[in-house]
Design a protein around this ligand. Structure first.
Ligand code: NCD
Length: 310
């Protein structure tokens, strides 16, 4: 069941903590059987309202909706091409947009945009990445990729690496991994970019073993997954600090060759220099194929579920 589902049956996809494992299993089962069951979104419209740059997330939502027979209205830069440029509040935009479409996928630069939008929404909202805060649909597709690779979502040893402070994908993924028995997390970051305390507190409460380290080299041999992330330049106010930290971690073929044969390298993309191109064709790499395929399947399943069509 989806915890925190508002009364009246509106299902928003807001943050990774809201799902329980039964919901996640149901979502994965839907994602894996959409074709056989011929599930459809005919007659419904998705609005993609994006106030920050995105290709993958926006197109995967839109591709999912189109492939299910639904329609899409889109704005790729709502900061400029919506009435936000004229001073309209997010609340007003959401209220009005909700008359044109049936579901809104919202990406926003403000950490609290999703909560603000949910206050006024009368149609389901899906968080497509909210400030430094969370990116729950990315985490669901990441977990789906992990399940496909390992056949399980528990008893895994996962390193989250890079900009753990500002990266919303790693926050959401830590919450999801924390729901399963026996997962161990290694948080790999420079001291300046550590995982927020709130996420660590959650891991403590869920009895997840975790530790912080400074280098990938010291953990490469022991982990099942390295989830690498980009240093989030747009969240830095100090350009010099970004320049100093941007190349903190690099995964190359030499590092991967020291890892377990079955180990998986993941990345939410876009990448800068943190994964070398010579890793792309290695069987361990999941970021250019598995994660992208899971992205469309999971977003299809989420659209079907929030619309009550699955
Ligand atoms: C991520 C994001 O926007 O948070 N990209 C994505 O949606 N796959 C990661 C990033 O921008 O680094």
């Amino acid at each position: 069941m989806l915890q925190g589902k508002p009364q009246g049956g509106l299902m928003h996809i807001a943050r990774a903590q809201q799902f329980d494992t039964a919901f996640i299993e149901q979502l994965f089962a839907i994602a894996d059987t959409i074709e056989q069951k011929a599930l459809r979104m005919n007659g419904l419209i998705l609005g993609s309202l994006f106030y920050e740059p995105s290709l993958r997330t926006r197109w995967s939502f839109e591709s999912a909706m189109h492939r299910l027979g639904g329609a899409v209205i889109s704005t790729e830069d709502a900061k400029i091409f919506s009435s936000a440029a004229k001073g309209e509040t997010l609340e007003d935009t959401i209220r009005v947009a909700g008359k044109y479409v049936d579901i809104i996928a919202l990406r926003h630069y403000d950490d609290h945009a999703m909560e603000q939008a949910m206050e006024v929404a009368r149609i389901p909202l899906i968080n497509a990445g909210c400030g430094r805060n969370q990116h729950p649909t990315q985490a669901l597709l990441d977990l789906h990729t992990i399940k496909k690779r390992f056949g399980r979502t528990e008893e895994l040893h996962v390193a989250l690496a890079g900009d753990l402070e500002n990266g919303r994908t790693v926050h959401s993924l830590a919450y999801l991994l924390g729901k399963y028995r026996g997962n161990r997390l290694i948080l790999v970051s420079p001291p300046e970019l550590r995982m927020p305390q709130g996420v660590k507190d959650y891991l403590e409460r869920h009895d997840v073993q975790w530790r912080e380290v400074l280098t990938l080299e010291e953990i490469a041999e022991e982990v099942d997954v390295i989830y690498q992330t980009r240093v989030q330049r747009e969240r830095f106010s100090d350009e010099a600090a970004y320049e100093r930290l941007k190349d903190s971690y690099r995964i190359d073929a030499a590092l991967v060759s020291r890892m377990r044969e079955t180990a998986v390298i993941m990345h939410p993309l876009p990448r800068n220099s943190e994964i070398a191109r010579d890793v792309d064709e290695m069987p361990n790499a999941a970021y250019l194929d598995d994660q992208i395929e899971s992205g469309v399947a999971i977003r299809k399943a989420l659209l079907l579920m929030v619309a009550g069509r699955a």
